[in-house]
Design a protein around this ligand. Structure first.
Ligand code: NAD
Length: 480
């Protein structure tokens, strides 16, 4: 049984309460590590460590901070396989996905922001008699709070730009998936990152996370998680006028127009619905299909999904693993029961798979396709964040745009058509932060990432992240 500790001021430290939280491997139900149950006392100590490290860190030149990010990327890369294995065990996701997405992207995030920092332009604006110089200043100590679905990927997406801009960090990973944050701390200690620049405190959201958000010395909060939690975070941070970035939930539409290339659309819609067991905020959990192609698309989509290899996340050929926890599976199953009460028909899945005895206590659930629900039913409009997709028909572009925009969310979506002009026009009519045409989750890290409506506030990505993690100051100098 591994017992991990907080990382504060460059040292691995137990929490002040001495209490711990069990950490489970969801695919087997086995408790395999313990994490500190930190509270406001530990957060105070971490913020003090971050505060005392901040002046020296921000005094480094951009090149020096950029070099540190590259050093972190290189050290992470040497432990890529370990990261993938840890992520797969902690989340239940297939090892192939953890390699292709989680470990790769975590390394890339540090390299990417090292490069972005080098490319950041200083703005200057000349007047007839004076010149304005816009200066990026660090905020100071920033608080970073992350969810369980892409643990190190999302944590590194915040830590890298925060450090780049001269801030120091107090971070709290999800209590369900703490292991790769710990691994990152080991790496930071190994490469000798100055003490206190990155501090990680583990624990429950309502105790440890809430204390970070409420701490008066934490000047900005970047939070990724559920919309209900985001509301609590905003209510606590707003009266202190903290900078706030909220990346929240989604209920994203996948729109299949009648002229879509069906090979591409079926494969794309299946990937969008079920990647990471449907536990990606960008997942296309509502598929709208033009009435004229609905029978054929539906038949091929069911066939495609039923080919997915469901099973042990540690096996190389597994495509679909376990959900993150038994509690989460209970929630997803309650939505499947609700779908039946709401008049839906299960076309595929809807049950737990039969797997080997080793996985008997795992949180598995088959990829589930539900037809026949009204598009405004609860199942088709609330975020389930699991392997459940609902299918709906439509008869015109105007109708499907109305359907796509009908939920409280506005995170992402995809449109599938051979008419790129029509696809582009439809994308612009969708009220969300991102829409893909004929692809999904095709990411360029320079572009804005974030949602409208109840999917969040602000945008991350590229220069926008660097702007978020800094205070822009203008200095106007009257000419001689
Ligand atoms: P969650 O909101 O339950 O938890 C997210 C993090 O917040 C965890 O670290 C948790 O411990 C912490 N937390 C909980 N209560 C808190 C509080 N009162 N104060 C401060 N921190 C608190 O979300 P989750 O279940 O871990 O993740 C799933 C959700 O995340 C889904 O809604 C999904 O759509 C969303 N998500 C969004 C994005 C995005 O970029 N928009 C990306 C990934 C996941």
């Amino acid at each position: 049984m591994e017992e991990i500790l907080n990382f504060i001021g460059g040292k691995f430290t137990p929490c002040s309460s001495g209490q711990s939280i069990d950490n489970l491997a969801p695919a087997t139900g086995e408790v395999y590590s313990k994490i500190p149950r930190s509270d406001a006392t530990d957060v105070d100590i971490a913020v003090a460590a971050a505060e005392s490290a901040q002046p020296a860190w921000s005094a480094l030149s951009r090149n020096e901070r950029s070099a540190w990010l590259v050093r972190i990327a290189e050290a992470l890369e040497t432990r890529s396989e370990e990261i993938a294995v840890a992520e797969s065990r902690d989340t239940g996701k297939p090892i192939s996905l953890a390699r292709a997405v989680d470990s790769t992207r975590s390394v890339n995030n540090f390299r990417f922001f090292a490069k972005m920092l080098g490319e950041r332009q200083q703005e200057t604006y000349a007047m007839s008699d004076a010149t304005n110089h816009v200066v990026d200043k660090p905020i100071g100590v920033v608080g970073l709070i992350t969810p369980w679905n892409l643990p190190l990927y999302l944590l590194s997406w915040k830590i890298a730009p925060a450090l780049a801009m001269g801030n120091t960090v107090v971070a709290k990973p999800s209590e369900l998936t703490p292991m790769t944050a710990h691994l990152l701390c080991e790496i930071l200690a190994d490469i000798g990152l100055p003490a206190g620049v990155v501090n990680v405190v583990h624990g429950y959201g309502g105790e440890c996370g809430a204390a970070i958000v409420a701490h008066p010395k934490v000047g900005a909060i970047s939070f990724t998680g559920g919309t209900a939690t985001g509301r609590v975070v905003a209510a606590s941070a707003a009266p202190m006028f903290k900078k706030l970035s909220l990346e929240l939930g989604g209920k994203n539409a996948t729109i299949i127009l009648e002229d879509a290339d069906l090979d591409l659309a079926v494969a794309g819609a299946a990937r969008a619905a079920f990647m990471n067991q449907g536990q990606v905020c960008l997942c296309g959990s509502r598929i709208f299909i033009a009435d004229s192609i609905r029978p054929e698309f539906t038949r091929r989509f069911v066939e495609q999904v039923e080919k997915m290899v469901v099973g042990d996340p540690s096996f190389e050929d597994t495509e679909f693993g376990s959900l993150v926890s038994h509690e989460h599976r209970d929630k997803v199953e309650s939505y499947i029961e609700l779908a039946l009460r709401e008049g839906g028909t299960i076309l595929s899945g809807g049950a737990r798979p039969e797997l080997s005895a080793r996985l008997d206590s795992g949180a598995f659930l088959l990829p589930t396709i539900i037809d026949g629900l009204a598009q405004d039913s609860r199942c088709a409009s609330e975020e389930i964040f699991g392997p459940v997709v609902t299918l709906h028909g439509f008869s015109s572009d105007a109708e499907v745009i109305g359907f796509a925009n009908s939920t409280e969310y506005g995170l992402a979506g995809s449109v599938w058509t051979t008419d790129l002009g029509r696809g582009r026009a439809m994308a612009e009519s969708i009220d969300s932060g991102m829409v893909w045409v004929n692809c999904w989750l095709h990411r360029d890290l320079r572009v804005p990432f974030g949602g409208t409506k109840n999917s969040g506030v602000g945008r991350e990505g590229g220069q926008r992240s660097l702007a978020f993690y800094s205070e822009a100051m203008n200095i106007c100098i009257l000419d001689d």
